[in-house]
Design a protein around this ligand. Structure first.
Ligand code: NI
Length: 170
């Protein structure tokens, strides 16, 4: 299992590089990401979160019932005007959850683990939210960047503690 990088680690603020080589090494890395996400009960994981600033996201909205969806070099091609707010958390910010406004639906194009292009049209619900959250990670953006200044102020202490100790509790 890979080590999850916690808030304060500079790799979480890096803009990730496009993947150009689809080889065995990449596939092993993707498998490890999928395993790490499963063990950590995550809905999604971006490569930045395991210390590699490369454009890979894995998402599982089925709690391990189905294989995760792998997105290499993903980008959002369309987003609904309609927004939805829901509670979000992040494996890199343990102990912090906040309501975040996201597009209700998004379309995404990406490559699979072999480099074949695919698209997901009009993803909705948790998948739409996870896609936006994880693609943000590839651009060095965290969900706390989307919350109001007041909410940001309210978690300032927790963030400081996280960056210092790796835990927001206690
Ligand atoms: Ni996250």
């Amino acid at each position: 299992m890979q080590e999850i990088r916690i808030y304060g680690d500079p790799v979480l603020r890096k803009s990730a590089q496009e993947v150009e080589t689809f080889d065995e090494r990449l596939n092993r890395f993707i498998d490890e990401m999928a395993e790490t996400m499963l063990v950590k009960d995550g809905v999604g994981l971006a490569a930045n979160q395991v210390g590699e600033a490369i454009r890979i996201v894995v998402i599982d909205t089925t709690a391990g019932e189905e294989p995760p969806i792998i997105f290499v070099n993903p980008h959002i091609t369309a987003a609904s005007d309609e927004m939805a707010e829901a509670e979000e958390g992040c494996l890199s910010l343990p102990g912090i959850t906040l309501p975040v406004k996201r597009h209700l639906r998004v379309s995404v194009s990406a490559q699979d683990r072999r480099g074949r292009e695919f698209t997901i049209e009009q993803a909705a619900g948790l998948l739409a939210r996870a896609l936006q959250h994880e693609i943000d990670h590839l651009n060095g953006v965290l969900f706390i960047d989307h919350v109001s200044p007041l909410q940001r102020t309210m978690i300032r202490g927790k963030l400081k503690k996280l960056a210092k100790t790796g835990s927001a509790d206690g």
